[in-house]
Design a protein around this ligand. Sequence first.
Ligand code: HEC
Ligand code: HEC
Ligand code: HEC
Length: 286
Amino acid sequence: MNRTLALASMLLATTACGTKIDPVQQVDYGPLDVPPAGVTWCKDIQPMMARFCITCHDSTKSGADRQGAPTGVDYDTYATVSASALAVKATIQNGSMPPGGSVPTVDQGLFVEWIDTGKRECGADTSEDIASDVPDVPATPDIPVVATCTSGKHWAVADGQGFQMSPGGNCITCHAGKANAPSYMLAGTVMGGLHDEDDCDGVLGVLVVIEDGSSPTPRIRTYTTNAAGNFFLETGSADITLPYRAHLSGGTTPRAMNSPQTDLNCANCHTVAGLHGAPGRVLAPQ
Ligand code: HEC
Ligand code: HEC
Ligand code: HEC
């Protein structure tokens, strides 16, 4: 904890310019609690398939639910994905799947690394399974959340597309395959309420700190949210070693993501209700 607070105050000193800053700081506050593990089915590949492929290629689906995916071409089990790993690699690399979208470069890289390291099913040691640190809660909570808009301000289509569009929306997935939309490797929105709805403006000027998985010294990158609460990083503009951890500083209670993550698309988990164990939005420090 002291470590986090000390870091937060050091970084606050660097925000004076108020714009996006991306220094590679030599701040040594120890290694990640969980060392970067090898790529495994349980930790990386199954979630990737769940996100990009099994809406259609799922052995438990039939008929129209498969949306035209050929019968028998399924990616919901370790056995089928490892058996057809080269076909999967080819389709994600040539961009033909998923239809109308694409698998981000970081995920493509993980998939190739998985093949190259022997298509491991789960970590030999369960502490290697970073995903196992995430509480096992259902994707759709039983109790519906009541959506709020703490800022009281909304972005509307009429406001135009750009850096302040769609706060809380999934910038990366929506932009994939759209010629005039920037491709982001990291993106998210810091909101004023845990359950603020999509298009509700978030909080300006929060410092988002990404501590990557570089060993022995994690690299620290910082981004400052804009008037919509959005922050983002264009594909290819930085090298971030996975897994990473995120902290927010400012206010009297800096916030930190305890479990390291391998997905830089915050909106995949920090939705209005929260997915994959996330409690809801990335919430601004109070
Ligand atoms: C929205 C539904 C959908 C999603 C999501 C999807 N596919 Fe497909 N897939 C299809 C359809 C429809 C076809 C058959 C037509 C075609 O080949 O374009 C297909 C065909 C394929 C084939 C060729 C199978 C063959 O035997 O010819 C492969 C390989 C494949 N998909 C891999 C993937 C992978 C890998 C993913 C995830 C990265 C994925 N698909 C996501 C609908 C989908
Ligand atoms: C539901 C889909 C969708 C979501 C979500 C979305 N965008 Fe966009 N965005 C678009 C489209 C479509 C365009 C391209 C418009 C065009 O054709 O000129 C675009 C364009 C942009 C542009 C370029 C505008 C220009 O004039 O060059 C920026 C910057 C941008 N988006 C940022 C973001 C950010 C940041 C987020 C997430 C907080 C985000 N977008 C979320 C659909 C989306
Ligand atoms: C794969 C899912 C996932 C993704 C992607 C993800 N998170 Fe999280 N996040 C979680 C989970 C689960 C928690 C709660 C457990 C914890 O703190 O680790 C969490 C918690 C947090 C917290 C602490 C919340 C609090 O109020 O104390 C912050 C801050 C945070 N995430 C920021 C981010 C940022 C910034 C990104 C994108 C760069 C991101 N997260 C991407 C799953 C995710």
